[in-house]
Design a protein. Structure first.
Length: 390
């Protein structure tokens, strides 16, 4: 496994925000350079919290261990403020762990809900489990792997590499299965940007990566997630049938041979996945994901919004939150946030499922679905951090 690219900053031309302002070039700022460097360090560092976390390798057992929050110094007032911030979001499940132990939980944390785009971070983890085997090479392109679509890709589109798809920079702007209305509204014109030159949050990339993974590993996303992640971290509620494929609604906007791969999961199981990343891929002395892969996955490869995007992970992008974090995110408000310097995993799962066939539904019907915005979750996250002892 090559660590090439760990402290790399990749300046981008355009983000979802830049599409609205006429596709102006983005110049790297000092903040973005510092962010790219800092985000390469997934191990806790640099604070009293970090010193504690660096010594603690605790992982939950078959059930989560509860702790005495008073004894750990968590503010009662701060906890109440966090709960009020959670109540401002749609009904859902909240689960927060500190140093591998359950500290707060509201709602039904065993309820399985559709995670939508959180699936992409799960796939990133699976790629990491396979990298050491030599089956997957990030700089092979679509033509070399034999990946195409209907209608066929152009010769230029087929030069996009696996790495570019992981970064959401393929330059392949085609119909895709699943996704949100916002994604389709901002889809660039085919051929408008060469592979590797432009960041766009692209469901075509994410779905094609699922096809690539299964072709190169000769396995399935479902089987590998169960065997390589869910079982080793002892997920309590997840079942193999909670992963499923959606192949589209038969409309032109979803004309693609690459299906979406979806997961249903509980908040307490989602926290186990976050804790696996917090522990840099190790669980009970067993290395499930190489730490080098985790570092590169949560390194900024494209400057986006307030933060950046790595290999299917969002980095440092919560309004009002200055502590370093990285997150798996799904539409309507499905969030797994990892905060290394605080040894925290914070999960919120909106109980409303985003419809698989949203692209075929009336726009007004989809727009009425209750959602937790990034600003709301940012306020909730700030209140949790304020409640934790410094």
């Amino acid at each position: 496994y090559s660590t090439r690219g760990f402290f790399r900053f990749v300046p981008v031309r355009g983000t979802m925000a830049q599409h609205r302002s006429g596709d102006q070039p983005v110049r790297p700022t000092r903040r973005h350079v510092l962010l790219a460097t800092a985000s390469a360090l997934s191990a806790p560092h640099g604070s009293p919290h970090a010193q504690h976390a660096a010594l603690s390798e605790h992982v939950p057992g078959s059930i989560w261990e509860n702790v005495d929050l008073g004894a750990r110094g968590w503010s009662r007032t701060g906890r109440e403020e966090a709960r009020e911030a959670a109540r401002a979001m749609p009904p859902g499940s909240v689960f927060i762990s500190e140093a591998g132990r359950k500290v707060l939980s509201w709602g039904d944390d065993s309820r399985r809900v559709k995670l939508s785009s959180v699936r992409k971070s799960f796939l990133s983890a699976l790629f990491g489990t396979r990298i050491p085997e030599g089956r997957i090479h990030l700089d092979r392109n679509l033509a070399e792997i034999g990946i195409d679509d209907e209608p066929p890709l152009t010769a230029t589109e087929r030069t996009a590499t696996v790495r570019m798809l992981l970064q959401s920079r393929s330059g392949v702007f085609r119909p895709f299965v699943g996704g949100s209305l916002e994604q389709r509204a901002r889809l660039p014109s085919p051929g408008s940007h060469a592979p590797g030159t432009f960041w766009y949050y692209n469901n075509w990339d994410f779905n094609a990566l699922g096809t690539i993974y299964e072709r190169l590993t000769e396995s399935t996303i479902r089987d590998d997630f169960v065997d390589r992640i869910a079982k080793p971290v002892r997920m309590e509620d997840f079942r193999a049938e909670d992963m499923y494929y959606f192949r589209g609604s038969g409309i032109a906007a979803e004309q693609s041979i690459h299906p979406a791969y979806h997961f249903r999961m509980s908040a307490r199981d989602a926290a186990r996945f976050g804790h696996l990343y917090l522990r840099r891929g190790a669980w009970n002395g067993r290395m499930l994901i190489p730490p080098e892969w985790i570092r590169e996955s949560v390194t900024v490869h494209s400057a986006v919004g307030r933060g950046g995007y790595g290999y299917l992970w969002w980095i440092d992008d919560w309004p009002g939150v200055t502590v370093r974090s990285y997150s798996a995110r799904g539409v309507l408000g499905k969030y797994i946030c990892v905060i290394p310097d605080r040894d925290l995993v914070v999960v919120y799962l909106n109980h409303t499922d985003f419809p698989d066939d949203a692209a075929a539904l009336p726009r007004e019907e989809v727009a009425r679905l209750p959602r937790a915005t990034s600003a709301q979750f940012g306020r909730f996250l700030s209140s949790v951090l304020a409640a934790q002892p410094s």
